[in-house]
Design a protein around this ligand. Structure first.
Ligand code: DC
Length: 230
């Protein structure tokens, strides 16, 4: 049976990654977290002194060094989930820190960063059989994806989920700071010039504010089976 391309876009912290990973493993597809790729670019810039303390980005130097950034994913045999690698080193923990979260949206708005990551994403999805989540997957990366989903949930519920995730990992977090960071990221992601976050015209909408994880997984599986039997 032909393997299709599945694009899952939506706001920050609405559970896209969880549902995309679960869907990919249920149907035997590859899962790619495109947000992790923008987080890797941010971590690279932070480590190389390309982002000043006040958040100013040295764009000329960053653009010059972009070819040095290679992102890949490898399944972690203990968790069964893919870990993110930046130039061959696992950075799965570092890219989820509040510090990276605070700088990632301005980095993801830079046209040369988007061009490089979009090219890497399109290369990963060339054969189909992929579930990719992000902000512009159904609109810019794979505009011809056979199945597109746009996910959202209320701000407070999303902030609570991100806060719980940070706590579970033993990271320092303040709920109001998490909420403010999430709203600011949504604002930057939705208003940037290149590939802003928006629902593709042909995307299905999923508001999972009051859904459990098994419920949303079932919803997605049902939509997948409808698509492949079309
Ligand atoms: O999904 P996430 O929170 O890990 O994404 C991190 C940031 O990267 C977020 O602010 C938006 C940006 N992003 C993007 O611009 N395009 C994507 N396809 C995925 C993420």
């Amino acid at each position: 049976m032909k393997k299709i391309t599945i694009a899952i876009d939506g706001h920050s912290s609405c559970g896209k990654s969880t549902m995309a990973k679960d869907l990919a493993s249920a149907i035997g597809y590859i899962y790619i977290d495109s947000g992790a790729m923008y987080r890797c670019c941010t971590l690279f810039a932070m480590r190389n002194g390309l982002i000043a303390a006040d958040g100013t980005i040295d764009e000329a130097e960053f653009e010059r060094r972009m070819p040095e950034i290679q992102v890949s994913f490898k399944i972690n045999s203990q968790t069964g989930r893919p870990d993110t690698y930046l130039n061959g080193a696992c950075v799965e923990q570092e890219i989820r820190s509040m510090e990276v979260s605070a700088h990632v949206s301005p980095v993801a708005a830079l046209p040369f960063v988007r061009a490089a990551m979009t090219a890497q994403q399109q290369a990963m999805g060339r054969e189909g059989g992929i579930v990719m989540d992000g902000r512009d997957i159904g609109t810019a990366v794979f505009p011809d994806a056979e199945m597109k989903v746009f996910v959202t949930a209320s701000d407070e519920i999303r902030a609570q989920r991100r806060y719980d995730e940070l706590m579970a990992k033993g990271q320092e977090a303040d709920f109001n700071e998490v909420l403010a960071n999430l709203r600011e990221r949504d604002r930057i992601d939705s208003t940037r010039e290149v590939a802003p976050l928006r629902k593709a015209d042909d995307a299905l909408v999923l508001d999972n504010s009051h859904m459990t994880i098994p419920e949303q997984n079932q919803w997605l599986l049902d939509r997948f089976h409808e698509k492949i039997s079309d």
